[in-house]
Ligand binder design. Structure first.
Ligand code: DGJ
Length: 571
């Protein structure tokens, strides 16, 4: 054992020497330290622990095979993963697109067609295909609910309405949604979910191909704010559970919509749902959220007892000025995050599916001290603003992962801005991972409002000893030819005066902050790439027209790239 450790130390020292010889242009001491730490982890680790979330500074990072990992993901269309033959041509294309993680459904109807008899053929094939293409998987459990409805449950559940009751509407009519108040439904769903996690443990705990699991999909009640069956009505007349009241009290500082509503209704410490949250849909929605979250908690507890992978739920976000029920009521929505935190404390993350244009505002609401950001559906993959949103999510909001929907549908496209953006983000992953949660990095893109208005005025932020102003309108191209909604990037501090600046369609100027000479200049700016070992391969030394004679750093529209820039101060 001692000699193995000595051999490792010798090897590690030799790797360090070799690495330093390859790094003449990598001048950021912090970045070097991060690469060395990653390398050391890979050399000294023996067994791989279960994927998990670990805190770094103000956020959490996903740790897989004992290494931090950034999910450059893509979610498959709903039916694609049910056929390996259908998927076969897409795997290599997704690999070429620099996707490192595929988000793929596993449905209850496919794995438990007969009660108690599990069929793992499709899951096992999915694992084989992902591994063959060196991809990780996030599995999406399409169980009792998928987009509010219950269409993915097995026939033996669909056809047994007495055992698995459906939601009743105010007029007594049934719907294609299973009731959240049925213990039989919850237990059957939890048994299948636990069997899934158990199978993943059996066949994947050594490799950790599966890195996270989504529980159900876009839960939420339609077309009314709550259920109206006998059990739902009985519980709605009861008091709000004490656990929820005390969680809301303890989390007042979060000031979600529900906290505000509660305060408007007098901030009562106890009472029925209507007494605490008022008459109308808001009380009904909070009640729905509570019971959905309790149902999910039962699945998460059962699943984690089998294999404790990180687990999350995803939200179908609500449009402004729509009533609960017009959108899926009671899901893990921004105004209900604390109901879900209280009701499902074993969940690791509450995640937004963002299809609305106001990405910047919506994503920020899911980046909290008690909730790291993971975006399982970051709009349809072919939307032009998606690549810039990825830079923003990782740079500004320390996202664990970003995953546009229906990824396979754009796999063939040329040019492919998402593939180009992921190529850059893949190269930057070690630098991003080492900066997450530590206030050494930020992301930039124009805010877009829900009505599509693009606010593309410059944004100013302090990172380390410099104040950066990032503009989204390129000065060297006619403005009419620019689509600033697609512009964006990130800045990472890698040393006292060293920064990686990446993205497209941004122009960056800097001013020093704090005591010392008040003006900033560019010492040197290099374009370049990182190779698969994390070594910087410099391209052109940028100066003259490329930096407007030292006035700015420019990442031209239409070309995702990385520049390594050292600033200096003068008076
Ligand atoms: C959101 C859902 O979560 C997905 O499964 C899919 O149905 C998309 N909507 C379609 O836009």
């Amino acid at each position: 054992m001692v000699s193995i450790q000595r051999a490792r130390r010798v090897f590690f020292r030799a790797r360090l020497v070799a690495l330093s010889e390859h790094l003449p242009h990598l001048r950021g001491a912090w970045f070097t330290a991060a690469v060395v730490a990653l390398l050391a982890a890979s050399i000294f680790s023996t067994a791989s622990a279960t994927p998990r979330l670990e805190r770094q500074g103000s956020t959490m990072r996903l740790i897989v095979n004992d290494q931090p990992m950034l999910v450059l993901g893509g979610e498959l269309g709903n039916s694609s993963a049910s056929s390996a033959a259908y998927m076969a041509p897409y795997w290599p294309k997704l690999k070429q697109m620099n996707v490192n993680t595929v988000l793929a459904p596993v449905s209850w109807e496919l794995i438990e067609p007969v009660e108690g008899r599990f069929v793992w053929t499709s899951l096992d094939q999915l694992l084989r295909d992902a591994r063959a293409h060196d991809m990780k998987l996030v599995l999406l459990w399409f169980g009792a609910w998928k987009n509010s409805m219950s269409t993915y449950v097995p026939s033996w559940v669909k056809r047994d309405q007495a055992r698995f009751p459906r939601v009743q509407l105010p007029n007594g009519q049934s719907t294609d949604i299973l009731s959240a108040f049925s213990i039989a439904t919850r237990d059957a769903d939890a048994r299948a979910f636990a069997a899934l996690l158990n199978r993943i443990k059996e066949v994947d705990s050594k490799q950790s191909t599966v890195v996270m699991v989504q529980v159900e999909n876009e839960i939420g009640m339609l077309p009314v704010a709550r259920e109206y069956g006998a059990e739902a009505n009985r519980l709605f007349a009861e008091r709000v559970p004490a656990e929820l009241m005390s969680h809301l009290d303890a989390s007042r500082a979060n000031r979600t919509g529900l906290h505000e509503l509660w305060a408007e209704q007098g901030g009562k410490r106890e009472g029925t749902w209507v007494e605490v949250f008022g008459e109308g849909d808001a009380a009904a929605e909070a009640f729905t959220a509570w019971h959905y979250s309790r149902f999910v908690e039962a699945l998460v507890v059962a699943g984690k007892a089998a294999y404790p992978l990180p687990m999350f739920v995803n939200a179908a976000l609500n449009r402004m000025n729509k009533a609960p029920g017009e959108y899926p009521s009671g899901g893990p929505l921004p105004h209900l995050l604390d109901v879900w935190k209280a009701g499902a404390p074993s969940l690791d993350l509450l995640a937004p599916d963002i299809y609305f244009p106001n990405f910047v505002d919506l994503a920020a609401r899911f980046r909290r001290a008690d909730n790291a950001l993971f975006i399982p559906e970051a709009n349809n993959a072919d939307k032009p603003e998606v690549p810039a949103n990825a830079f923003y999510a990782f740079g500004k909001l320390d996202a664990i992962g970003f995953s546009p929907f229906s990824i396979e549908s754009i796999a063939d496209r040329k040019p492919n801005p998402l593939a180009d953006a992921y190529a850059v983000l893949r190269q930057l992953s070690p630098a991003i991972l080492s900066a997450q949660g530590l206030a050494r990095m930020s992301g930039f893109k124009p805010r877009i409002l829900e009505d599509q208005t693009v606010l593309d005025m410059p944004v100013t932020e302090d990172i380390g000893g410099y104040r950066f102003t990032v503009s989204f309108i390129d000065p060297w191209m006619p403005e009419a030819q620019q689509s600033t909604a697609t512009h964006g990037g990130l800045i990472i501090q890698t040393g006292p005066e060293d920064y990686l600046i990446a993205g497209q369609g941004i122009v960056v100027t800097a001013r020093p902050i704090g005591p010392g000479p008040p003006l900033a200049g560019i010492d040197q700016a290099w374009e370049g790439t990182f190779d698969s070992q994390g070594r910087w391969l410099p391209g052109r030394l940028l100066n003259g027209d490329q930096t407007h004679q030292g006035r700015h750093v420019r990442l031209a529209p239409g070309n995702f790239q990385i520049q390594q820039v050292r600033f200096y101060r003068y008076r």
